[in-house]
Design a protein around this ligand. Structure first.
Ligand SMILES: Cc1cc2nc3c(=O)[nH]c(=O)nc-3n(C[C@H](O)[C@H](O)[C@H](O)COP(=O)(O)OP(=O)(O)OC[C@H]3O[C@@H](n4cnc5c(N)ncnc54)[C@H](O)[C@@H]3O)c2cc1C
Length: 500
């Protein structure tokens, strides 16, 4: 690279949000540079390898890899830079193991899922159908339109003229939360608890605080494009996006930690790395969290008012405690599903270590583990405060103790798990903070109190001219397909600003 190169866009971070922004811009002919602090791309959608196992660091229930409609944003992002990623159909989104013997599978087939649920709550059949059908209405509106920047008035006008009813539908649901709609149709308190965990397992807040737009996506797309596991592991998505980025003329540097966003006359014009190197760009995009961006990469004392206001509305969600296990295949009973949720007491749903999430990706792609073994990734919310100020020996002892408790609980669904363990690595909130570069290891922003649906989530532009944010602390929030949406929107807005 010649000295003093001026990039059209510099993207800080190669999470899926950052990579979709970068590839979209590169595909439009922009000169793009991605700077990633870690060794590989992907962030929370990355991977690591140990003793013949390839573990996903986080995400493993992947939406957006379907072949139809407009909401298959991961497929579209890969297509845009002429790469593709084969995926494997997951026939059941989640197998829930819930209090009061509520043992339920969310089948890919919508009618089968409804039948499974109605079998537990026959007196609520009408309410169940009306609630989930309303979620489908939201999805049908989304799935009609090209999902781009809501900050671009000409695009909004064009979409409105093409699909006025879909747009009005979305405008109606934008300020609404799931809980209010669920209670319109459903009275049974146990069933309302089930709707809570249906939301919590991806939004990490109960239905009352979960935006209806996001629920419309998740509760419907699982039966439409479906949940599909990328062959070779989730890390492949980022690897392929990087391949496409480079084919399209973009560049990415690893071990390139940005420590400062450089501003001139209040405008973002470049970045500085930990090693002192400086890069200049017409536009700067941060894929770091908003807290990291505005409190660490810019002077914390000059945080813009609207960011302070945002922090009054949203707080950091907890991080996770993750157990990455290699187990003998005999541990898994025949017919075991890939994704599970275990909760023994409704009161503990949102508590630290309350709900346990489980992924067994080798049931879909056996090549991720040595022959005769499976991967079990079990994770549960944990706060970083419980892991601070521990001596190295106390830290290790706590990891062992907490992992033992999780394994004991998982024995209920996988008897013989402890005896069948071949490999175990425990990640704490400190691990998430260190390797994912996320403040306190947080999963992302969650409302501090009940808000008006998604209305409070910021789009990509920021109060600092030339600086944009992308990823899970922008509209519409967490999840790979959601951050891909944010990437499409960010690139669209920048391309418009640059006249590309
Ligand atoms: C345990 C766990 C399970 C999950 N399960 C699912 C799931 O099943 N399905 C799903 O869809 N989603 C899931 N998610 C959520 C999903 O992984 C995230 O919402 C999404 O990956 C976030 O993407 P992002 O682009 O916003 O940022 P990130 O993935 O956080 O990536 C940001 C990147 O920026 C880099 N970076 C940060 N600061 C700097 C800096 N200063 N300089 C250079 N680089 C920097 C980081 O290293 C990182 O690579 C899960 C998350 C976790 C943690």
């Amino acid at each position: 690279m010649p000295p003093h190169t001026l990039f059209d866009a510099i993207i800080i971070g190669s999470g899926i949000g950052g990579l979709v922004t970068a590839t979209q811009l590169a595909a439009k002919g922009a000169k793009v540079l991605v700077l990633e602090r870690y060794l590989i791309p992907g962030g929370s959608a990355g991977y690591f390898e140990r003793q013949g196992y390839r573990f996903d660091v986080g995400a493993s229930m992947i939406f957006g890899m379907g072949q139809k409609g407009t909401t298959n944003l991961l497929t579209r992002a890969l297509d845009a830079v002429n790469v593709s990623q084969p995926s494997i159909i997951d026939p059941v989104q989640i197998h829930y193991h819930l209090p009061n013997e509520l043992d339920l599978k969310v089948d890919r087939n919508y009618d089968k899922f409804l039948q499974n649920l109605i079998a537990y709550f026959p007196h609520e059949e009408k309410g169940i159908r009306r609630f989930y059908n309303e979620c489908q209405q939201v999805f049908n509106c989304l799935n009609k339109i090209d999902l781009l920047s809501l900050e671009e008035p000409r695009y909004l006008m064009r979409v409105f003229l093409q699909h006025p009813l879909a747009c009005l539908g979305l405008a109606k649901y934008l300020p609404q939360n799931v809980g209010d709609i669920a209670r319109r149709y459903i009275k049974d308190p146990q069933l309302l608890k089930f709707i809570d965990i249906e939301c919590y397992c991806w939004s990490v807040v109960p239905a009352d605080m979960t935006p209806m737009i996001n629920a419309g996506m998740v509760f419907s797309d699982r039966h439409y494009g479906g949940v599909n596991y990328p062959k070779g592991g989730v890390g492949q998505i980022a690897q392929k996006l990087v391949e496409g980025l480079e084919k399209a003329g973009g560049e990415i540097y690893y071990q390139a930690r940005v420590t400062k966003i450089i501003t001139e006359n209040g405008q973002a014009v470049g970045v500085q790395l930990a090693n002192g190197k400086v890069f200049h760009g017409k536009r700067i995009v941060s894929n770091a969290t908003r807290w990291d961006t505005f409190e660490k990469l810019l002077p914390a004392e000059t945080i813009p008012d609207n960011e302070n206001n945002w922090q009054q509305r949203y707080q950091k969600s907890p991080s996770f405690l993750s157990l990455h296990m290699g187990v003998e295949a005999s541990v898994l009973p025949a017919g075991t599903e890939c994704h599970h949720i275990l909760l023994e007491d409704w009161e503990n749903m949102a508590a630290s270590a309350g709900t346990i999430f489980v992924s067994i990706p080798t049931l879909l792609d056996p090549d991720l583990a040595p022959a005769g073994y499976h991967i079990i990734h079990a994770f549960t919310p944990h706060w970083i405060d419980d892991w601070q100020k521990l001596s190295p020996s106390k830290y290790e002892a706590k990891k062992e103790q907490v992992a033992g408790e999780i394994i004991d609980r998982l024995e209920k669904i996988f008897p013989g798990l402890d005896a069948g363990l071949d490999y175990l690595e425990v990640g704490t909130p400190r691990t998430h903070r260190r390797f994912l570069g996320r403040v306190d290891g947080t999963y992302g922003p969650i409302p501090r109190r009940k808000l008006q649906g998604l209305l409070g989530m910021p789009f990509n532009r920021t109060a600092i001219p030339g600086l944009y944010c992308v990823g899970d602390s922008t509209f519409p929030g967490q999840g790979l397909n959601a951050v891909a949406f944010s990437g499409f929107a960010c690139a669209h807005r920048i391309a418009t600003d640059l006249g590309l």
